[in-house]
Design a protein around this ligand. Structure first.
Ligand code: ATR
Length: 321
């Protein structure tokens, strides 16, 4: 498996990791625990060592799941989790973001307990708290590093200025943000800032939340259901936008079929080809899709194919959120 080092930490991770959110929440029914643990173990056997969770995924259940799956095996993997967004424990509704030093510390302690480990390899601020100075949040994260509770720190969905300010307090190892053929807004300021500072980019939703895999053929395939965040809240998955965006995926499928690749592989090859500082964490609940995704490492794109793919984003309808 192709490995890349995370930022200046030197932590090597598989270029393709596993985004674990969908195992517990947001993309339909959660997986049965035994099936999810099996998938996590199979992922390691296939060479994946980078697993990404967050305290909000399944309101702690996703971290507990990874804790069960990787008990006694922490040295085989790089575990990333995140804190900040707050949810109402009874309804699950999002009620704000808390990046205060007290929240940094208490969230970390709770994540360590749920995971059943003594150290988080990569600890991210999941969303920037508009009411806390980033220097204060990162100052406390730096203390967790000194204490050995966290090995490296990251930010998620932060702008270029915030990354610079954070990095001045403590080295930021990774920025996690959405990045795909359909979501390239970070290329203007954020990605160049990451390159300048030696911060790795961890690209989430590299498959456009499934859309870029070609799995949806017609308007009737639109995800539905109260427990599917795409159906409920994703502009790109709403009627009208969805059909337009599916049409754009045809170009991805065409390139894939010419190369005897899968559309998902083209989407991931595009992300990984953006530079050595980029790794990605597609999410899947299925072993067969996981194997397909790993096949992206054998799929390389020509400049001409990249140019075709680069022209798609402008035509996407619907904001990222
Ligand atoms: P996120 O980072 O938010 O998880 P993503 O990686 O862009 O988003 O896409 C995840 C979605 O793509 C999931 O709905 C996943 O569905 P399964 O659990 O059914 O696999 C889907 N997906 C991932 N790999 C896929 C593949 N190779 N073919 C089809 N769908 C795939």
């Amino acid at each position: 498996m192709l490995q890349r080092n995370l930022g200046s930490s030197g932590i090597p991770v598989s270029a393709i990791g596993l985004g674990c959110m969908g195992l517990s929440e947001f993309y339909g029914e959660p997986m049965q625990e035994a099936d999810a643990i099996k998938l996590l173990h199979e992922s390691v056997e296939l060479g994946i060592n980078h697993f990404d969770t967050a305290e909000i995924y399944g309101q702690g259940r996703n971290e507990q799941l990874l804790g069960k799956a990787f008990a006694g095996r922490w040295d085989e993997i790089v575990l990333a989790t995140k804190f900040g967004p707050q949810r109402d424990p009874s309804t699950g509704a999002f009620v704000g973001i808390d990046g205060s030093p007290a929240s940094v510390r208490s969230s970390c302690e709770k994540s360590l307990t749920r995971l059943g480990t003594e150290r988080i390899d990569l600890y991210y601020l999941h969303r920037v708290d508009p009411n806390t100075q980033i220097e204060d949040t990162v100052g406390e994260l730096g203390r967790l590093v000194q204490e050995g509770k966290v090995a490296a720190i990251g930010l998620s969905e932060a702008d270029a200025e915030t990354i610079e300010r954070a990095h001045a307090v403590h080295p930021v190892t990774a920025l996690q943000t959405e990045y795909s053929i359909f979501s390239r807004d970070i290329e203007k300021d954020i990605l160049p800032t990451c390159v300048k500072l030696g911060v790795s980019l961890v690209a989430y939703s590299p498959l456009g939340r499934g859309m870029l895999t070609g799995r949806y053929a017609t308007a009737g395939d639109r995800p539905t259901g109260d427990n599917d965040f795409r159906a409920q809240a994703q502009p790109r998955f709403q009627p009208g936008n969805f059909e337009n965006n599916l049409n754009l995926v045809e170009a991805v499928k065409r390139i894939a079929s010419q190369k005897e690749c899968d559309a998902a592989q083209v989407a991931l090859a595009w992300v990984l080809g953006q530079g050595e500082h980029v790794v990605t964490i597609p999410g899947t609940t299925k072993l067969t899709n996981l194997k397909t995704n790993l096949g992206a490492l054998n799929c390389s794109l020509t400049d001409e194919e990249r140019t075709t793919l680069n022209a798609l984003e402008d035509k996407v309808l619907g904001a990222r959120y």
